[in-house]
Ligand binder design. Structure first.
Ligand SMILES: Nc1nc2c(c(=O)[nH]1)N[C@H]1C(S)=C(S)[C@@H](COP(=O)(O)O)O[C@H]1N2
Ligand SMILES: [Mo]
Length: 421
């Protein structure tokens, strides 16, 4: 008679909870340490640039700018977003999205390197151990949540209508808290392991090393090179999102199916086309008027009248929260501060509420801060690169503000209300 005990024991040996199940000789504290230190730098950069992006929306300025009205103390750091240098948001958000994409192989390799630890039994040996494992759940869950929501948002921006900002913002705080705690606990150990033994040196009591390693097919150095090569491929195929011209053609990871910008003066990336938001030539033709209001009353201007006012130029990019941006385009139109003067604020104009012709959708209204109205480069643009705006870039008139996120550059503007946000 065969007892079932040995069979059960043999079965246990073949489960992921058995130490002998994981046999890659690549695993070990030094290998995980390298990936962990890269993530420490990279994720800190993601967190900082993410908070900057949040500040750039000016969420505390007016309810229309605020996608997370319940943020409370988490908005403690908000500050008036500057207008110089004019490429500021292009840089911070380009870094946020590009570094986020490039870190994906590093994150996956890091999770792979510690995966045996996720299966150890018993699940909790003590209260402290239980707490540690729960914090790891927050860490791993938080990392996956932030990367997945971010990647989905830049690829399929309509997946989370209205809810991406709260999800990614609150998720970031939870994740980063768990990340900081983990980094505080593990960084000294990681640095020590690499200092003393390098990548292959033995680490006393290395809990990540397999007790029964298989024959190596790849060195630790080789495995890291593979991860680096993966990141490099992602870098080359995504960094072009922040440029136009030939570099952009390399950006095969840029969302497919986006509107084709075509060529010529208006041939730079389009976020939403006029057709996509239901704007027709009947809305933007002879019947279009710009309404400007302030203490001087309610004024109305036709496009002809706006073109007859003093025209100014500014070379400014469009930089979207999704990480793509254009190089500087040459915009021409009326200064916002000149319109503020006509509305009754001859000096030190206040902020302005901008409203589009667009009848529905999340980005048809935005508030701009006083520093943005006062900057001489902030325009109600009528032309771009020497040509009238195309319908898709906001004809008859659009906002363009230096250093601001794309979302504040309202297209198809119909109304400007100075001083009332
Ligand atoms: N009315 C209106 N304006 C808008 C938007 C919109 O959806 N509706 N999208 C904004 C966003 S998110 C960006 S990135 C820029 C893109 O400008 P572009 O399409 O001219 O490149 O327009 C902004 N202005
Ligand atoms: Mo955008």
């Amino acid at each position: 008679m065969v007892s079932s005990r040995p069979r059960a024991a043999a079965l246990l040996e073949r489960l992921p909870s058995a130490p002998g199940f994981w046999r890659s000789p690549v695993r070990g504290v030094p290998f995980t340490a390298v990936l962990g230190l890269v993530l420490l730098a990279g994720i800190t950069l993601l967190f900082v640039t993410g908070l900057l992006s949040y500040a750039a929306y000016n969420p505390d300025l007016a309810p229309v700018n605020d996608k997370t009205p319940d943020k409370g103390l988490l908005g403690f750091y908000l500050f008036p977003w500057p207008t110089s240098p004019h490429w500021l948001y292009r840089l911070t958000q380009g870094l946020h999205v590009t570094v986020g994409i490039v870190l994906v192989p590093v994150l996956l390799a890091k999770l792979w390197s510690v995966v045996p630890r996720l299966f150890t039994l018993p699940p909790a040996r003590s209260l402290a151990h239980a707490l540690e494992r729960i914090s790891l759940l927050l860490l791993v869950g938080g990392a996956l949540f932030e990367f997945v929501t971010g990647l989905l948002n830049i690829q399929l921006e309509y997946l989370f209508p209205g809810s991406f900002y709260p999800l990614h913002f609150y998720g970031a705080w939870v994740f980063f808290a768990a990340f900081l705690a983990h980094a505080a606990l593990r960084t000294p150990q990681a640095v020590r392991a690499l200092r003393t033994g390098g990548l292959n040196g033995p680490v006393p009591g290395d809990v990540l090393e397999s007790p029964a390693p298989a024959a190596p097919t790849l060195s630790r150095r080789g495995a890291l090179a593979l991860v680096g090569a993966g990141s490099l491929v992602l870098l080359v195929t995504s960094v072009g999102r922040s440029f136009d011209g030939p570099l952009r053609r390399l950006a095969v990871l840029t969302p497919r199916g986006a509107a084709e910008p075509g060529s010529g003066p208006n041939g730079f990336q389009i976020n939403k086309t006029a057709a996509a938001v239901g704007i027709t030539t009947a809305d933007t033709g002879e019947g279009w008027w710009l309404t400007v209001s302030g203490p001087a009353g309610v004024l109305r201007f036709s496009r002809e009248q706006l073109l007859a006012m003093e025209q100014h130029s500014a070379a400014l990019p469009i930089a979207c929260v999704e990480g793509w941006s254009t190089s500087d385009q040459w915009w021409r139109g009326v200064r916002l501060r000149d319109l503020a003067a006509l509305a009754g604020y001859p000096d030190r104009p206040p902020g302005v509420m901008v409203e589009s012709l667009q009848r529905s959708g999340p980005f048809r209204r935005a508030a701009l801060r006083d520093n943005q109205v006062r900057d001489p480069r902030s325009l109600l643009a009528l032309r771009v690169n020497g040509e009238d705006l195309s319908p898709d870039h906001g004809y008859p008139a659009r906002i363009i503000v230096p250093a601001a996120p794309g979302v504040l550059n309202t297209k198809w503007v119909a109304r400007l209300t100075f001083g009332e946000l």
